[in-house]
Write a protein that binds this ligand. Structure first.
Ligand SMILES: *Cc1c(COP(=O)(O)O)cnc(C)c1O
Length: 374
């Protein structure tokens, strides 16, 4: 029997609310249209005109001389680190940084730099200028690792999408430069920081030699990142990108999605507001939540895998980072999804089942697994 329109509507309402990441968005019809209509060329032979437009526009937004498209943010970071680092050198980065923990150690085994994580001594996701000065000091002994680079991250993902303000960023970058360190900024979610602070992205890149940004996170493009810096840097970066297998031919089709995505930076404010609503609702239900600064909500739970599995059974998909439950808002979740998620989380269980504000594995009652096709 064919389902009636009414039951079809209610079955759609039963679909899981996907809060695992802001990367799960799918391109909108207008983005697909822009991609289909893109003017293209061979970007490996010479340049693709649409990629060039995207690179120039982002260089302008970041206050850089030039920029280069890359397929992923990990490749953008790796290219920058390969440019800045050599064997026998070390790089400093705030603990939990993407370049430290989520890029398979390529900073060390491909770029050649030894990682030196710095504690968040200036607040969640933040390091102080004093800590940078101290860590950057070289003892001059020939056998000692030489600190060569400071790698910053704004917003800081694993600290919960925390924002570094322009003056804080500038002070830390200046301390690094005074100690003759290069500065790279991993700005995968720099757009979120810019919107949360109400300042242009270029206000957050002062003192950085290179900056990477993602188009495939909150901005909703299916593919694409950009790494920006001086003209000499991008010339070298193009060679490094080819070396890593990241040169693409008619990439304008992908760059067109990026250009389209850039028109929706202001929309990120909605994600931030929904993250606050989600955090408040969770707190009301007895969960222990960090107040979000952008679109990432971190929750302390006693049993992380158990909680994730239990939430998934109840129709809310969540992720994990740094030992915490991570819920992220994005373009494809609206107010109604947030309310649905809160209702389902409310059903899952009260805070009393776990000592840290979340249900434990023991509290996970057997529930039928929702079949998304039903
Ligand atoms: C997602 C992310 C990246 C890059 O990720 P890709 O999946 O390689 O595009 C880099 N840094 C941070 C902080 C990120 O969150």
């Amino acid at each position: 029997m064919r389902p009636s329109p009414r039951s079809r509507r209610s079955s759609r309402f039963d679909e899981p609310v996907d809060l695992r990441s802001d990367t799960v968005t799918v391109p909108t019809p207008s983005m697909r249209k822009a991609m289909a209509a893109a003017e293209v060329g061979d970007d490996v032979l010479d340049r693709d005109p649409t990629m060039r437009r995207l690179e120039e526009r982002i260089a302008g937004l970041l206050g850089a001389a030039d920029a280069l498209w890359t397929p992923t943010g990990s490749m953008a970071n790796l290219i920058a680190l390969m440019h800045h680092l050599g064997r026998g050198e070390a790089f400093l980065a705030p603990q939990g940084a993407h370049v430290l923990d989520f890029e398979l150690g390529t900073a060390a085994w491909l770029a050649g730099g030894m990682p030196r994580p710095l504690p968040h001594d200036a607040g969640p996701g933040k390091i102080s200028a004093t800590a940078v000065r101290r860590a950057a000091a070289s003892d001059g002994f020939y056998a000692s690792l030489k600190p060569a680079l400071l790698c910053l991250e704004n917003t800081h993902n694993s600290a919960g999408g925390t924002v570094v303000a322009p003056e804080e960023h500038a002070a830390v970058a200046a301390a690094a430069r005074a100690a003759r360190l290069a500065v790279h900024l991993d700005g995968a979610r720099l757009w979120n920081a810019s919107v949360a602070l109400g300042v242009p992205p270029a206000a957050l890149t002062v003192g950085a030699d290179t900056v990477s940004v993602c188009l495939s996170k909150g901005l909703g493009a299916p593919v694409g990142s950009v790494v920006a810096g001086s003209a000499e840097f991008t010339e070298h970066a193009r060679r490094l990108r080819k070396m890593l297998g990241g040169g693409v031919r008619q990439g304008g089709i992908l760059a067109a999605a990026g250009l389209h995505a850039l028109d929706s930076v202001d929309r990120l404010a909605e994600d931030h507001a929904r993250a606050s609503t989600l955090a408040e609702g969770l707190r009301d239900r007895g969960w222990r939540v960090r107040e979000p600064q952008t679109n990432i909500v971190l929750v302390d739970v006693a049993d992380l895998p158990g909680t994730i599995a239990h939430l998934a059974e109840s129709g809310v998909l969540a992720g994990a980072i740094g030992g915490k439950l991570r819920l992220m808002t994005h373009r494809d979740v609206g107010d109604r999804h947030i309310q649905t998620a809160l209702e389902r989380i409310g059903e899952v269980g009260p805070a009393s089942t776990g000592p840290f504000g979340g249900p434990t594995g023991d509290g996970a009652r057997a529930r039928p697994v929702r079949d998304p096709s039903i």
